[in-house]
Design a protein around this ligand. Structure first.
Ligand SMILES: [Ca+2]
Ligand SMILES: [Ca+2]
Ligand SMILES: [Ca+2]
Length: 438
């Protein structure tokens, strides 16, 4: 009897809305968003900015990347009169516009992978902006082929990861997936490729190499993992195939990825679903990394947490666990998919607990978070809480989280494409009391 009472209290609490709407920022055609973390900010309100990719449904129109500079300075005004500025204009549907780790170039930089499969925007590439001064970025096309092709390539890039793929030439290299689709949406080619950094860095000519055919096409996550193999640790890449319908891992038994491509190994972890997002993070705080994965679907999309076994190469020992399901498009079209991204975050400055998970519902028009119901490492139950519901025919493609004003409570950013806004929500003080005492 006591147990039942406790449970019902917990459910009532966990269903309670602990975010409050702060304001919205106008960004035309906003899609995926990510946080930019400034080096040595003068104060906490200038620590973060937000990077946004955009998608204009007009044929052949460019889609800029937009930066929302220091939104922490605008929170007290509820972002009234505040807008972003274009970082780079000449893009076709930039996807995961992200900060490049500072170790790659020794200074701040931003990656813009682009390319659409329709609307005369199929000439995708990979761009990097040198943002030592973010107000005056210098942008380079690192995906351009060594020999210029009179026919623009028809290819779409989504994301990218950085690591020392080749030790032959100094500097970290990029590994990414790219895809070409036919007019009917069939996969023409889906490739895992490397972009090797030249000696003169971002300004130089990058070497592009196709590492695997019939590979991935969307997101990637990098992890350095130990195993019982020849090497003490391995550079491992997990990648999703939204179009190729699989979740794949790649590693090499050679000393580095580009030394001997014949030794590049791959295993399909799962097939048959439209795998969209993948992140490597220790979701249950047991010291072992997990995969946080989404499958996007017209009906029945999922958020999943996988266990990576001690020897990451043993496919049979991966434990796949659906933690939220039933995501369903409400856009009325055959191409509607839900959910899109799912990423770990902390609702307060207390990071000594399990992370929560933000979930962008995509074509279901909603933004959510998943809250763990227990800190026990063996418990993977979460409560799904709706942060915002924009109704049918809206697209919530991206979410991002950071404590932009340094008050200890995280802000959630939600991109609503058809309304052309990024909404901002804050976690409230009531939450802190709950997190502290449980
Ligand atoms: Ca290198
Ligand atoms: Ca774990
Ligand atoms: Ca805050």
């Amino acid at each position: 009897m006591l147990r039942l009472v406790v449970l019902s209290v917990l459910l009532a609490w966990s269903g309670a809305q602990v975010t409050q709407f702060v304001g919205e920022i106008r960004v035309t055609n906003v899609d995926l968003i990510n946080i930019f973390n400034h080096t040595n900010p003068p104060n906490n309100r200038q620590r973060f900015s937000v990077l946004a990719g955009t998608f204009n449904p007009e044929r052949a129109a460019y889609d800029p990347t937009v930066v929302l500079l220091h939104p922490g300075e605008q929170k007290a005004n509820n972002f009234s009169g505040y807008t972003g500025s274009n970082l780079f204009n000449f893009l076709y549907w930039p996807k995961e516009v992200r900060q490049v780790p500072r170790s790659v170039f020794g200074h701040d930089a931003i990656l813009h992978p682009d390319g659409s499969t329709t609307l005369q925007k199929t000439a995708g590439s990979v761009y990097v902006s040198d943002v030592r001064n973010i107000q005056f970025p210098a942008t380079y096309d690192i995906g351009a082929p060594l020999i210029p092709n009179p026919i623009p390539p028809s290819v779409m890039y989504h994301s990218g990861v950085w690591f020392q793929a080749s030790g032959a030439i100094g500097g970290d290299d990029m590994v990414t997936c790219r895809v070409e689709l036919s007019n009917t949406g069939a996969v023409v080619r889906a490739e895992l490729v490397s972009l090797e950094q030249p000696l003169d860095g971002v300004r130089g000519r990058w070497t592009i190499e196709v590492l695997k055919e019939n590979a991935c096409d969307t997101n990637l996550a990098y992890a350095k993992l130990r195993s019982g193999g020849i090497l003490s640790d391995y550079d491992v890449v997990y990648a999703t195939g939204f179009h190729t319908r699989k979740l794949v891992m790649y590693w090499t038994e050679a000393r580095n990825w580009l030394q001997d491509p014949e030794q590049l190994q791959h295993r399909d972890l799962a097939t048959g679903a439209q795998f969209y997002d993948v992140t490597v993070y220790d979701m249950n705080r047991n010291g072992n990394p997990n995969l946080l994965v989404t499958t996007a679907a017209q009906t029945g999309g999922t958020v999943e947490v996988w266990d990576i076994p001690n020897d990451f190469r043993t496919v049979a020992q991966y434990n796949r666990r659906v933690i939220a399901s039933g995501f369903t498009s409400r856009n009325g079209g055959v191409n509607g998919r839900s959910p899109k991204i799912a990423r770990p975050f902390y609702p307060t400055s207390n990071t000594a607990r399990k992370p929560w998970i933000m979930v962008a519902g995509g074509d279901d028009g909603r933004a959510y978070y998943l809250r763990p119901i227990s800190e026990a490492v063996a418990n993977f139950e979460y409560t799904l809480v709706t942060v915002a519901d924009h109704g049918p025919n809206q697209h919530v493609g991206g979410m991002a989280a950071a404590d932009i004003d340094g008050d200890g409570f995280t802000e959630l950013f939600v991109s609503v494409r058809n309304k052309h806004v990024v909404e901002v929500y804050s976690f409230r003080a009531e939450l802190d009391a709950f997190v502290r005492t449980n």
